[in-house]
Write a protein that binds this ligand. Structure first.
Ligand SMILES: [Zn+2]
Length: 61
């Protein structure tokens, strides 16, 4: 009686063995997208292209 342990984290439906722990590929992608958007959403910190150039030069000896 522990079926509640195997539920989709996105929509709480029973998980599918192919998309564990999700119920479908759609929910799997949805969760992944949420993770990415949360990670890349860094307000107030724009990427400085010059910093990337410097780190590239620093790699050459
Ligand atoms: Zn789901």
């Amino acid at each position: 009686m522990t079926t509640s342990a195997n539920t989709c984290p996105t929509c709480d439906k029973p998980s599918h063995k192919e998309f564990k722990p999700f119920c479908s590929e759609r929910c799997q992608q949805a969760d992944l997208g949420r993770w990415f958007s949360g990670r890349y959403a860094v307000p107030g910190e724009p990427v400085d292209p010059h910093a990337l150039e410097e780190s590239d030069d620093f790699d050459q000896h």
